[in-house]
Design a protein around this ligand. Sequence first.
Ligand SMILES: NC(=O)c1ccc[n+]([C@@H]2O[C@H](COP(=O)([O-])OP(=O)(O)OC[C@H]3O[C@@H](n4cnc5c(N)ncnc54)[C@H](OP(=O)(O)O)[C@@H]3O)[C@@H](O)[C@H]2O)c1
Length: 281
Amino acid sequence: MEQNGAGLAGTIALGDMTVHRLGFGAMRLCGDSAWGRPKDRDHVNRLLHRAIGLGVNFIDTADSYGPQANESLISQALYPYPSDLVIATKGGLVRPDRRSWVRDGRPGHLRAAVEGSLQRLRLERIDLYQLHAPDPNVPFAESVGALADLQRIGKIRHIGISNVTVAQLDLARSITPIVSVQNAYNLRDQSSADVLAACERLGIAFLPWYPLGGKRGLRALKVKQVATRHGLTHAALSIAWLLAKSPVMLPIPGTRSIDHLEENVRAAALTLAPGDFGDLG
Ligand SMILES: NC(=O)c1ccc[n+]([C@@H]2O[C@H](COP(=O)([O-])OP(=O)(O)OC[C@H]3O[C@@H](n4cnc5c(N)ncnc54)[C@H](OP(=O)(O)O)[C@@H]3O)[C@@H](O)[C@H]2O)c1
């Protein structure tokens, strides 16, 4: 493992597990729109092995990526897994077609989804299982309760939730311990600042999805200017900013490019002070 890898971001606890504070988001390893299979399976294998070689020991996936194909790509490339690797998957969304992400938080669906993920990931227990999003047609407590039941019978080690409000986090915590929250958060979208603050108070991990935040718009131009001033790329500045923003932040940038993966992991070594980000927030 390389000395200057993801470990330079420090570590973070997920319940009784500890991982490096820079992970990898696997969603984009499928075809476009997180649909289908990749054109070059060997390249995906090489990329996942490179991530492990760079010290990444946290990978985020979901049964709805592919759908299903994403979890299989990970097990086909990495099983038997390194002992310190934590694979976090998610359930509660279904994909009738490429454009649709439909919420299904019914307990029966979640039970079947966990069984499917266990099989595809070749695991007897999922280290971190996240409810992908609350389903407006199902009481949130019922969805979380179903995951708590699956935890009790040993299918799930730890539970996380995603795309939630502070009130939903509080409700989930009244049912079962929650070790992580995964919401959109980046230099351009800090609408989950209150959820991040709640995670800080509770000492649980916050996984910002879409961490690089895209490159369009005025705000992105400003980010580019600050990045240029420090001799950094947009991506490296975004990751360094997230890591500096909070000790509970666990970014999961995703890429299909090994060069970009290496660049993103190099950002773990950057030690920027809050003042270095100017008025980016
Ligand atoms: N919970 C949820 O609802 C939810 C929703 C979306 C995503 N997620 C999770 O969050 C992870 C990350 O989200 P994301 O993929 O949407 O956003 P992201 O990681 O911010 O952005 C990925 C995009 O940035 C590009 N990129 C990556 N590194 C780069 C670099 N160094 N230089 C230039 N471009 C770079 C990638 O293209 P290249 O392939 O060309 O590098 C890709 O188009 C996903 O993999 C998934 O696990 C969760």
